[in-house]
Design a protein around this ligand. Structure first.
Ligand code: HAM
Length: 427
């Protein structure tokens, strides 16, 4: 009996990138790299496999439950990284004495999460990480948000198509303190409230009760989420709130960077990761159709949690899945495709040499040239060239060889010009 056929699909949630998909991936990666470089961030990279111990954190975090963990042949407990931040913290802690702070680093990291598959969520994604480590002031947040906005503009997304929703966990902590909720319960409250929209309010209420809150404080904690403005929050926490001052300062800086039109204060943005300590943010498409485009925030205690020296830090993770969905919806399926270079073809074997010489010459001049590998009928050649990525096409037939010239056709405008063929070298 023959073996059952192997599925041609990648494992569920994992991704193949065909050339059409690579057009989008490269478009996004190029915008990320350019925006990071322009803002003075230095590239870094790290291993995809991490020690499980570094990645496992307190329960309650979705990410901890989604880790692809395994044992190597020596029994080491390892995992595919679900995110880059713990690795970054590890790398910085390892060289804390040698590094010059503040550090501005970026990377594009492949991450793995065993997620329930929904739109915009895969089990594997690429994530642009932009982090500033060693700066306590909101100048760091402002630089990161401005770089993210610059990346989106480079990708071609109109400014009006997205919003960056910002909040401050320190402000939430001050608000929870006014309800008499002690500091040690705040992390559990943040993670529970962050599940709004994914779990029912009843289920969230149950986990708040389990975290030690009374029925009365649970109701009041939900009431806090009705706060709509910084002034409203200020009326509760008072004029001296440092958390509120940070948010106001960030808004002021954002104005200098010209991105205030996209910033919105949203008390409901809490973020699902336990390590955030201060300002947190998440970007969404304005129509609210898609999952978060990017998210991040301040994590001033992470380095100490893993055994490093106290170091303030803030950063962002920006995945490649949602932004491509948003760009396709807004700008069209083929918006990232840029035609360049020349397709060179020929009708009969006798023109192969002239076509090859032309391709070699054009390549030497710096052009991208797709040379046909066999004779073709003109219709077949132009149909393939038209659906490919070349901007121009040259098709050499017997007459062209005699004339010593061929037609260079612009595949978009259909305009034609003459291109000289190199004279054949007599043998
Ligand atoms: P995160 O919110 O878990 O944050 O992920 C950041 C972004 O990665 C999301 O907004 C989304 O674009 C993308 N993303 C996450 N999970 C998936 C998935 N399963 N499929 C597709 N895209 C996904 C972090 O990971 C933090 N480490 C970010 C950070 C960096 N904070 C400070 N520095």
């Amino acid at each position: 009996m023959s073996e059952p056929a192997i599925s041609f699909e990648p494992p569920r949630g994992m991704r193949d990138f065909y050339p059409d998909d690579m057009v989008w991936r490269n478009h996004v990666f190029e915008a990320w790299r350019a925006a990071a470089t322009q803002a003075g961030f230095a590239p870094y990279d790290a291993c995809v496999v991490e020690s499980l111990e570094l990645l496992e954190r307190k329960s309650g975090e979705e990410v901890s439950e989604q880790i692809y963990a395994f044992e190597d042949k020596s029994g080491r407990k390892l995992a595919l990284r679900p995110e880059m931040t713990p690795t970054l913290a590890r790398m910085i802690a390892a060289r804390q004495g040698q590094l010059q702070f503040p550090i501005k680093w970026f990377t594009i990291a492949q991450c793995f999460r065993y997620e329930r598959m929904t739109r915009g969520r895969k089990r594997e994604h690429y994530q642009w990480n932009l982090d500033v480590v060693g700066e306590a002031s909101v100048s760091a947040e402002a630089e990161i948000l401005a770089a993210a906005a610059a990346a989106l503009r480079r990708m071609g997304l109109p400014d009006s198509a997205y919003q960056i929703r910002i909040n401050n966990r320190a402000l939430l902590a001050e608000l929870l303190a006014t309800l008499g909720i002690p500091g040690h319960q705040h992390a559990a409250v943040f993670l529970a409230l962050d599940k709004r929209g994914k779990l029912s309010d009843d289920e969230i209420g149950q986990s708040l009760l389990a975290a030690g809150l009374s029925h009365e404080t649970v109701a009041k904690a939900f009431d806090l989420l009705a706060i709509r403005s910084l002034d409203q929050a200020g009326a509760i926490v008072g004029a001296n709130s440092a958390a509120l001052a940070d948010l106001r300062e960030l808004m002021r800086l954002a104005d200098l960077y010209g991105i205030t039109d996209r910033l919105v204060f949203d008390i409901g943005v809490i973020r699902g990761l336990a390590y955030y300590t201060g300002i947190v943010f998440e970007a969404f498409d304005t129509a609210g159709q898609f999952r978060a485009i990017f998210g991040g925030g301040r994590y001033d205690s992470l380095l100490t949690t893993i055994g490093g020296a106290p170091t303030p830090a803030v950063g962002l993770g920006f995945g490649d899945v949602v932004v491509v969905e948003v760009l396709k919806a807004c700008c069209g399926e083929t918006a990232a495709a840029v035609r360049s270079g020349v397709a060179v073809g020929y009708m009969f074997q006798e023109q192969r040499e002239a076509a090859t010489r032309l391709a070699i010459r054009l390549r030497a001049e710096g052009n991208r040239v797709d040379l046909s590998l066999a004779p073709q009928k003109p219709k077949a050649f132009f149909s393939r060239a038209g659906s490919g990525t070349a901007a121009h096409a040259v098709f050499i037939g017997p007459d062209d060889l005699i004339r010593g010239h061929a037609k260079l056709k612009n595949l978009e405008t259909r305009d034609e010009s003459e291109i000289a063929l190199a004279p054949a070298i007599p043998v």
